[in-house]
Design a protein around this ligand. Structure first.
Ligand code: ADP
Ligand code: MG
Length: 338
């Protein structure tokens, strides 16, 4: 990457200078299928034959999704890409191209923009995708990030939210609630322990898991966990027209999360409601138990059975740690509810 004098500001560089600068970051990135990348009115990508094009968009708005005083811009760049790749993972797909729309407050230092771009491009490279376009504007207030990702999946391997059937088991990858606990501590002005903080600032899209579940035909329905376990499970239940029963005692919590709630039991509900885990929640026929545990070993990623899919009339219920069954609302984070 060419060096721009540090005193150079966003004002001097302008929109096209900044796009040029981004392109320089990309100098060594090549992808044979990307016929046209940054620089024309559209990008052009040669789709693999027999595959479906997957497309998803996410907005990240300063003050709503992140605070610049709580994170560094490198991590924010990585997270902006990661949360989009997580949507591709949730369909069983492979990421191909990513598009970055940014609204930049004029006082943002070029150095900070560079950190953001680095993070975004590192996460993109880790996912095997390529930055293929975007849009760059000035923002009157705060940093705006709009990311669109495209991926592909073989036509017969797409995993939707609508495929869960009564009798299926309900599985989740990794651990739950770490990110939510970190956010809770940040909002109280506390410093979360690094094990929790990293899960909030640097989520890992479960791409290999999503792809393998699709390729091996192991999952009947899937979603990535962004709004919280019950909220996202609610989407599977609604779209599959089924119910579910979750065993609280089976929920996978990290050591750091256990330590946190041992000290602050009042935070237990935050742990349960979660949010921004970016783990995969999926359903699978009971016959696939062994195949799933084999996959968990191969990926070195825990896959935990946390409950079962039931008849629609049973709704969503939770068996608490005392063995009592109670109905739960499929609610979690929602931008328009207080
Ligand atoms: P248009 O006027 O057609 O929208 P622009 O002048 O905005 O095109 O952008 C020029 C090229 O730079 C396009 O290929 C666009 O996709 C790309 N681009 C603009 N901003 C970004 C960005 N933030 N990240 C990646 N590519 C970008
Ligand atoms: Mg434009």
């Amino acid at each position: 990457m060419k060096k721009t004098p540090v005193e150079k500001s966003l004002n001097e560089l302008g929109e096209f200078g900044l796009i040029e600068r981004l392109k320089q970051h990309l100098e060594h990135t090549r992808n044979e299928r990307l016929v046209l990348g940054i620089g024309d009115d559209c990008s052009a990508y040669a789709m693999p034959e027999g595959e479906l094009l997957l497309t998803s968009t996410d907005l990240l708005i300063e003050g709503v999704h992140f605070r610049r005083d709580w994170c560094n811009l490198y991590d924010l760049g990585r997270k902006s890409a990661a949360v989009n790749f997580s949507d591709i993972a949730a369909m069983g797909g492979t990421p191909l191209a990513i598009f970055l729309g940014i609204g930049l407050p004029p006082d943002l230092a070029l150095e900070e923009i560079d950190h953001f771009s680095r993070g975004f491009l590192d996460e993109t490279a880790a996912a095997g995708a390529i930055l293929s376009g975007g849009d760059t504007c000035r923002s009157g207030q705060g940093l705006f990030i709009s990311v669109t990702v495209q991926g592909s999946v073989p036509c017969d391997q797409l995993i939707r939210r609508s495929g869960a059937r009564p009798g299926d088991r309900l599985y989740v990858s990794g651990t739950l609630g770490d990110s939510a606990l970190a956010l809770l501590q940040l909002s109280r002005g506390q410093t979360p322990p690094p094990e929790l903080a990293v899960r909030h600032h640097r989520p890992t899209p479960r791409l290999a898991l999503g792809r393998q579940l699709a390729q091996r035909g192991l999952a009947t329905a899937m979603i990535d966990l962004s709004d919280g376990l019950f909220a996202d499970l609610g989407h599977i239940l609604e779209q599959s027209a089924v119910g579910a029963c979750v065993q609280q005692a089976s929920l996978p919590w990290s050591t750091a999360a256990r330590e946190h709630t041992a000290r602050w039991p009042e935070d237990f509900s935050a742990l349960l409601q979660g949010g921004e885990d970016y783990e995969l929640l999926f359903t699978a026929a009971a016959a696939h138990d062994d195949a799933l545990q084999q996959l968990a070993r191969e990926l070195d990623l825990p896959l935990t059975a946390i409950g079962a899919i039931t008849q629609p009339s049973a709704g969503l219920c939770l068996v608490d740690s005392d063995g009592r069954t109670r109905p739960v609302a499929p609610r979690g984070f929602n931008h328009f509810f207080g």
